[in-house]
Design a protein. Structure first.
Length: 97
């Protein structure tokens, strides 16, 4: 089983929480292809929980994350523009007054 990503977060209390995404690629069994799966493993010191995703579910999840990321980037750019306009207005008012 190949690990695609492993992310470990240490909380303020010193305990760790982790997320691991791994895969089991498609294989051959009795001369027939067998589906592969993706696994999300979420855990801490008390144990792990595993979610098995089909290829379609993994693709849907990845697409949703990418779309959400694109929205974040667009929103951040708009907020940066707005922040610059506010800064510019404030500095112009400071020069006048």
């Amino acid at each position: 089983m190949g690990v695609i990503i492993r992310k470990i977060h240490t909380k303020k209390d010193g305990k760790s929480v982790w997320l691991r995404v791994s895969e089991e690629p498609p294989t051959m069994k009795n001369e027939n292809p067998v589906d592969g799966y993706f696994f999300l493993r979420i855990g801490d010191e008390t144990g792990d929980k595993v979610i098995r995703l089909s290829d379609e579910e993994a693709l849907d999840l990845a697409q949703r994350i990418l779309e959400s990321y694109r929205k974040h980037v667009r929103l951040y750019e708009r907020l940066e523009d707005e922040s610059y306009k506010m800064y510019k207005m404030k500095s112009e008012n400071d020069e006048e007054g």
